[in-house]
Write a protein that binds this ligand. Structure first.
Ligand SMILES: Nc1ncnc2c1ncn2[C@@H]1O[C@H](COP(=O)(O)OP(=O)(O)O)[C@@H](O)[C@H]1O
Ligand SMILES: [Mg+2]
Length: 423
């Protein structure tokens, strides 16, 4: 069948790479894709949030399966658009309905869901400009640091953590005053949880679930997890502290009640759930839900997951996930992200990339790249994700590091310490 992957990052390149290997795949399309995905299929110049344009492309290219990478089209309701459109009957789309996507699109909705279904998470209170005084009183009862979260999508920038109570109150006022636009009309105030984070992923058909390999990602620009937040500088899979006993707790206390909750609340959900977890002592808590795979976690997870991905996605759509078991490469995958100089602040685009042909024994997943007169150039903050296998984090990382040095563009930056806290 012909398959369309929506998105343009390393995640979508990794999906495409695995999907291309399926005997079920005929032609592969990306909307809009990048220089890497162009080698796997056809890039279509389409804005993923323009659902009419996506529909037109699906019909024109006889696409039968659509995989949505990023959250924005999901939160805007692309799945409902497909299900409601008679012309798109017979086209399978992977992802939650708009209501399901609200688990990511509204942090308050997600917290209410967790409370209702008794899923372990930090204590919280949601406030608006009208109830900001209650928020400050709630914070007074909490211990520092204070966690403030804009309710809506804020491109990973809407969470502020502050040590000082007075500063937290001032920040709360700024957030409610429009610092993050409408995304901050409501603010979720949370108790701070102290522990180590990891990401767990499942595919669900709304009743059954299929657990993918877990991962840990690294968001800060600088080594030792210092400096500004980014879209992600690297990932490791598996996560050594996520042993069998811990993962059993995650399944029993978090995955099962979440999938049951989705079913009970009659949420139409056939897609990925990303559990952003924190291990406090020996117990898992949910920090957040995402309704799609993570980036760069996908670039570490998908190479380890050896199942036929198209078969898995079709089983998700059919409601037939029970019949599938994960076939996982036992080795460790370490992903390094090569970013533009200046990122996550100002950076240049259109810089020539050299040395890609010298990469040996790593997967090169393109993220922010494009073609300019037949030459690969930079086209974003995160430019490449390099994934390598090894028998340990150190071994896998050293292969990625060797190859990262070979891929050259002006201003290139990457972290050399991905996985440092797991060794
Ligand atoms: N209750 C909490 N306690 C401790 N740290 C938190 C808490 N909530 C969020 N964080 C930290 O802030 C980061 C971002 O929060 P998250 O809810 O994942 O929002 P987003 O990914 O949308 O920015 C988390 O990865 C975690 O490091
Ligand atoms: Mg997060």
């Amino acid at each position: 069948m012909n398959i369309l992957i929506i998105g343009s990052g390393g995640r979508e390149h990794a999906f495409g790479w695995r999907i291309k290997q399926s005997a079920l795949t005929d032609k592969l399309f990306f909307a809009p894709g990048n220089a890497g995905t162009a080698a796997l299929g056809t890039n279509l110049i389409i804005n993923p949030n323009d659902f009419e344009a996506v529909k037109e492309a699906v019909l024109k290219h006889r696409v039968k399966l659509v995989v949505v990478g990023p959250e924005e089209p999901l939160v805007r309701g692309i799945v409902d658009f497909f299900k409601d459109d008679e012309g798109l009957e017979g086209v399978t789309i992977i992802g939650p309905s708009k209501m399901g996507a609200t688990l990511e699109g509204s942090k308050d909705f997600a917290k209410q869901f967790m409370l209702k279904h008794q899923i372990p998470t930090a204590r919280y209170l949601t406030v608006t400009a009208q109830s900001s005084e209650e928020g400050k009183a709630f914070m007074k009862d909490l211990k520092a640091p204070y966690v403030l979260k804009a309710d809506g999508l804020a491109a990973g920038k809407g969470v502020v953590i502050l040590e000082d109570y007075e500063e937290a109150c001032a920040e709360l006022d700024r957030m409610l005053g429009g610092k993050f636009g409408a995304a901050g009309n409501s603010v979720v105030i949370e108790e701070f949880l102290s522990g180590i984070e990891l990401s767990v992923f499942v595919l669900t058909d709304g009743e059954e679930y299929f657990i993918l390999p877990e991962a840990k990602d690294y968001k800060r620009i600088g080594e030792g997890d210092k400096g500004l937040n980014t879209g992600g500088m690297g990932a490791v899979s598996p996560v050594p502290f996520a042993d069998e006993a811990f993962m059993r707790k995650v399944e029993e206390k978090i995955i099962v009640p979440t999938v049951h909750g989705i079913h009970k609340d009659q949420i139409d959900y056939k897609g990925f759930i990303f559990f952003g977890l924190i291990k406090v002592g020996d117990e898992p808590f949910v920090i957040e839900y995402n309704v799609r795979m993570g980036d760069p976690e996908t670039e570490a997870v998908i190479p380890r997951l050896k199942n036929d991905l198209v078969e898995l996605l079709m089983a998700t759509a059919r409601g037939d996930l029970k019949a599938h078991k994960a076939i996982v490469d036992k080795r460790t995958a370490v992903t390094l992200v090569l970013v533009s100089g200046g990122y996550p602040e100002q950076y240049q685009k259109g810089l020539a990339v050299r040395g890609l042909e010298k990469v040996d024994a790593s997967f090169v997943f393109h993220a922010g790249t494009a073609f300019q007169s037949n030459q690969v150039v930079t086209n974003g903050g995160r430019v490449f994700a390099l994934t390598s296998f090894g028998n340990s984090i150190e071994e896998a990382r050293s292969v990625s590091l060797k190859n990262a040095e070979r891929v050259q563009f002006e201003g290139r930056h990457y972290r050399k310490d991905i996985g440092f806290d797991l060794i």
